[in-house]
Ligand binder design. Structure first.
Ligand SMILES: C[S@@+](CC[C@H](N)C(=O)[O-])C[C@H]1O[C@@H](n2cnc3c(N)ncnc32)[C@H](O)[C@@H]1O
Length: 306
């Protein structure tokens, strides 16, 4: 089966061919489709990526033997596609394919964006997530924003730039705070959403908001239970059974992780998908609401929340 990117590339090659032979007219946006960004990025591609693109270009030559195919141009275009195309998802967030939208392609990235790209069918819609003042740049995130700076920079390598948004250039203390929320533990007082720093000398994790501590032994014990539960989930295929097991995992993770941690978010997002599969829309909506505060935290100033 052809990948969405390959299918899109075949359509672009055929379109270009039909235009070059005068069968269909050229349009004003044609040149824009694959020139946005990446003109200088070919030299940045690592060998493995270049080889993959070259192999895919060869595949197109085999699929379209009667069409004149410029291998270098197609290799370059694959690379441009990877920077400019977007995955189209349905309203249940299932990937439907890949789309190239000339106007959307000019929107830059931020790890704390003011807008989000969503799809209504095949129509791409950019929605503001907060008031945007006249003259402000509209920014979306190309990647999952519930991730540490290190992980986000890793994800962004495929777009050939180093992000320097406010979230990426914060000071070491702010960085530690964000990591303690995303990958750390929750406060002993479940009403407090403070973040915990590890104190090696005393082998304890102390909440930086209320001052309560959790000892390392207790944390390790629950962490072990969580990983045992996660391992037992791998063999589950039945959605009803999976929903029960994931709810148990969620309850256990709630005792361990920060309420806005990536681990808890992932468990809740999995539960959301399972509940949609079970047509339990009320349950799915509840989990949808539970994921929102995590994203709110990172699309605005983190200090406003903790
Ligand atoms: C979809 S295009 C965005 C539009 C592009 N800046 C342009 O002028 O056509 C993606 C490319 O834009 C650049 N880009 C996007 N966001 C950026 C950011 N926050 N900092 C630096 N470069 C960025 C990168 O080169 C990336 O590969």
């Amino acid at each position: 089966m052809l990948t969405p990117t390959l299918r899109l590339m075949i359509r672009l090659v055929l379109r270009r061919n039909l235009q070059d032979t005068g069968v269909i007219p050229k349009t004003a946006t044609d040149n824009y489709y694959l020139v946005a960004a990446l003109e200088s990025h070919m030299s940045d591609l690592d060998e493995k990526q270049l080889l993959l693109y070259a192999q895919m270009a060869n595949l197109i030559k085999m699929i379209l033997p009667s069409v004149e195919v410029d291998l270098r141009e197609i290799t370059e275009n694959f690379s441009k596609l990877s920077c400019n195309a977007h995955s189209i998802c349905d309203d249940q967030l299932r990937p439907l394919g890949t789309g190239l939208y000339p106007v959307i392609s000019i929107i830059n990235h931020s790890c704390s964006p003011n807008s989000v790209l969503v799809f209504e069918g095949r129509i791409a819609v950019v929605r503001a997530m907060q008031p945007i003042h006249k003259g402000d740049e509209i920014l979306i995130s190309y990647i999952e924003i519930a991730a540490t700076t290190e992980t986000r920079q890793e994800y962004l390598k495929q777009y050939f730039f180093t992000c320097s948004c406010l979230r990426c250039i914060k000071n070491p203390l702010e960085e530690r705070k964000e990591n303690a929320i995303l990958e750390g533990y929750r406060c002993k007082d479940h009403k407090c959403i403070g973040y915990l720093f590890y104190e090696a000398k005393e082998k304890k994790f102390t909440c930086q908001v209320c001052g309560l501590s959790r000892d390392e032994y207790e944390i390790n014990r629950i962490a072990k239970e969580v990983s045992t539960k996660c391992a037992s989930l791998a063999s589950t295929v039945n959605p009803s059974e999976a929903s029960l097991l994931y709810r148990n995992l969620e309850l256990l993770e709630l005792k361990l992780f920060h309420p806005h941690s990536i681990k808890l978010l992932q468990t809740r997002e999995t539960l959301l998908k399972i509940l949609m599969e079970l047509n339990d829309w009320r349950g799915a909506l509840t989990y949808c609401w539970l994921t929102i505060p995590v994203y709110q935290t990172f699309s605005t100033d983190i200090n406003a929340h903790y």
